[in-house]
Design a protein around this ligand. Structure first.
Ligand code: ADP
Ligand code: MG
Length: 695
């Protein structure tokens, strides 16, 4: 049998393909551009474009597209063919340097948050040579950044690349001060673990809430949920196994390093983890992974749900953003080494991260904010909305020892052996804490708050920028010092002391932590609408401007887009609920009660049976139907009221959260009370038990 890994990267114009197909000088020049982050020389672009085209045509490709990531959270593409008219009416296949470097899609239908009036609809896409071109469904896809006519970012990639530049600049300053003369570039690395649900396609199609909103808006608690915890890491069923096999194969062809797969906590829930890579590529790969998950699922008559909370009563889905810093010398700057207490470079970067997370808690919270993720955060299944850092006992004691000025903590790594027959293993510098939003996990940080459907660009933009800011502050301080080596421990200690409050190794799901965090003065921004206004706080705007990641206009536009998005999501959900309640649940309940009433009449006519149980049920269902109608009317009224009263985007979003969401909750409660009372075959759509155990 053929080894699936033989196909690895076969659809990617990667380093191997470039080396094979580009003249040596072009290859070297392109590599230099990529490595040094310089802009591309137009003369080499033509040669690269031509080689890319020939490579793609050999694989049966006729079209190309600039593949970009507008603020919709998903990717966009507009296909053009290579066809080009030639002299005497001949047609040739052509792809020029200009076509590779720049595209001009009409930008008017993408969210811009007021950055671009529709009359100046022109947007530009610009080739990102740091992410490889690839073939998807017979089209050559060129990863690009997307901006407006006057260069304002309209996408995720532009600010991500800027933030990577910014952290590179500041980390290099710090490394030079520490005596490192070798490193020429510092990159950030990301591994995004992706959670998702798989459902049977036929069942899915029967539920408008799933089709329109990606999550269930109704559904009584099933008899079995995740109580037994028998799904987590359980044996994978054949249908899911077949899906995963094909998904892996497709992803490998695209050069995505899909590595780990397992069942997650909730029934029907699974996870895929790739091997980490440069953040920019990891973000592109995560987008491709989400797209492929949906496509491959279709082929298996399944549907892949990436929503943060498809089902009440069981866990929702997140995306763990594993993040670190690496030098071009191949060193991980967050590797504590064998003796963290003496590893000043590690401790300095660690201190920068601690300070950054504390000072910019609000931005990290915003990085995970969406209507969907509001259902998860703080619901004892995902970290709370409160940001804190978990360091684990060893690092905490290293920092504690430094702080009180005592000698460095001895920290030889223990070896443990489970049984004589098993090999001894080195204990990690940290144990696991699955409740922490921002946990140190051995040689990287794991940001566990982001939602499953969101682009990982956002959390990485924020982490890169805030850490860059702290590194630049450290560099400023150290540049003033005559003896850097002597100044280092002091700087580290002071920083950690000033930001103590952000460190928490305990259980983040507990009520005590909420109290304790309040005492420490940590932010607890429970909903998206609470968090978003912090985006435009003066300290944050000056941060983004100073680190050259966003202009003030760009921050404000993103703020508007996110708020709008929140409101629109709730609006669609409310309308979908109304439709299902009015056209499905209400009639089904009424019909079923009517059928019972007919049965009563028939039984009484035959034998004067009392039919007490039926009578009681008819009465109960009739009362509930009345209540259902009342709640439907309330939700309609709430929608009309908030839209009539509120005009400002923030107050409108708040009104949706406070009034519309509350009315939705009440409507759902009544419907969920009715569902278990109605005969299975009379219920208008599949129930939780049907859905969760359908695959
Ligand atoms: P878990 O969090 O489930 O225990 P692992 O520790 O194996 O799993 O890793 C989780 C993710 O972290 C993987 O995607 C892995 O590639 C990624 N990862 C590992 N090292 C780094 C690093 N230096 N930078 C970024 N991500 C990393
Ligand atoms: Mg993890």
């Amino acid at each position: 049998m053929k080894n699936p890994l033989d196909d690895f990267g076969c659809l990617v114009f990667d380093d191997r393909a470039m080396r094979e197909r580009l003249p040596r000088e072009t290859y070297t020049a392109l590599q230099r551009t990529i490595r040094e982050g310089k802009s591309i020389d137009p003369s080499i672009a033509g040669i690269v474009a031509n080689a890319m085209k020939d490579w793609a045509i050999e694989k049966g490709v006729t079209h190309y597209t600039h593949w970009f990531q507008p603020m919709t959270g998903i990717t966009a593409e507009k296909h053009d063919s290579f066809l080009s008219p030639y002299a005497d009416g001949d047609i040739i296949m052509k792809f020029s340097g200009k076509e590779l470097i720049q595209g001009e899609p009409d930008a008017s239908s993408f969210p811009s948050g007021g950055l671009r009036a529709t009359f100046e609809a022109r947007g530009y896409t610009a080739w990102d040579p740091t992410s490889y071109a690839f073939i998807k469904e017979g089209t050559l896809c060129i990863p690009t950044a997307f901006c407006s006519y006057d260069g304002q970012a309209l996408d995720m990639k532009t600010p991500l690349l800027r933030s990577m530049e910014s952290i590179n600049r500041q980390a290099l300053r710090v490394l030079r001060l520490l005596g490192d003369t070798e490193t020429e570039r510092v990159i950030t690395t990301t591994g995004a673990e992706q959670e998702y649900f798989l459902l049977d396609k036929e069942m899915y199609k029967k539920r408008r809430d799933l089709v329109f909103c990606g999550r269930t808006l109704f559904g009584a608690k099933p008899a079995k949920g995740q109580e037994l915890e028998d799904h987590y890491f359980g044996a994978i069923r054949p249908r899911v196994q077949a899906f995963m096999r094909e998904l892996n194969h497709e992803l490998w062809k695209l050069g995505v390093l899909a590595k780990t797969e397992h069942n997650e906590t909730s029934p029907s829930q699974h996870e895929l983890a790739p091997i980490f890579t440069t953040t920019n590529i990891a973000v592109d790969h995560n987008q491709l992974t989400m797209e492929m998950m949906k496509k491959v699922a279709e082929k298996h008559d399944l549907v892949c749900l990436l929503h943060e909370k498809p089902f009440a009563w069981v866990n929702g889905s997140g995306k763990h953003n594993n993040w670190s810093l690496a030098t071009d010398q191949g060193e991980n700057l967050l590797d504590p080494g064998d003796n963290p207490a003496e590893n000043m470079r590690f401790l300095l970067f660690l201190a920068a991260i601690i300070a950054a997370v504390d000072e910019y808690q609000d931005l990290l919270r915003i990085a995970a904010a969406s209507a969907g993720n509001d259902h998860r955060l703080g619901a004892s299944e995902a970290p709370p909305a409160i940001i804190s850092i978990y360091l684990g006992s060893e690092l905490t004691s290293v920092l504690e020892a430094m702080e009180c000025g005592s000698a460095c903590h001895p920290s030889v790594r223990e070896m443990q052996s489970l049984a004589n027959t098993l090999p001894a293993f080195a204990k990690d510098t940290t144990d696991r804490n699955r409740t922490s939003p921002f946990a140190f996990t051995g040689n990287k940080f794991e940001f566990r708050m982001p939602g499953s459907s969101a682009s990982v660009a956002t959390p990485n933009i924020i982490i890169n920028t805030i850490v860059a800011e702290k590194l630049s502050y450290f560099a400023d301080c150290l540049e003033q010092e005559e003896d850097v080596a002597k100044a280092l421990p002091r700087l580290i200690c002071e920083t950690v002391k000033d930001h103590q409050r952000i460190l928490f190794n305990g259980n983040n799901y507990s009520e005590e932590w909420v109290q304790e965090a309040a005492r420490r003065g940590l932010l607890n921004l429970e909903t998206t609408v609470d968090a978003l206004p912090y985006f435009t706080a003066p300290k944050n705007i000056s941060l983004f401007e100073k680190q050259q990641v966003f202009s003030e206009d760009e921050v404000r536009s993103r703020y508007e887009i996110l708020l709008e998005n929140y409101k629109k999501t709730l609006h669609i959900e409310a309308l979908t609920m109304l439709e299902m309640a009015k056209t499905q649940i209400f009639p089904a309940t009424s019909d079923f009660a009517g059928r019972l009433a007919e049965n009563i009449a028939k039984k009484r006519a035959v034998c004067q049976a009392a039919c007490k149980a039926e009578e009681k049920l008819v009465l109960r269902l009739s009362n509930l139907t009345d209540k259902l109608a009342e709640k439907i009317a309330n939700l309609e009224a709430a929608l009309a009221q908030v839209n009539a009263e509120e005009t400002n985007v923030l107050s409108l979003a708040k009104a949706y959260r406070d009034k519309v969401k509350a009315a939705m909750k009440e409507l759902r409660a009544i419907a969920d009370e009715i569902e278990p009372l109605v005969a299975k075959e009379a219920w208008p759509f599949p129930t939780y038990s049907d859905l969760l155990f359908s695959v």
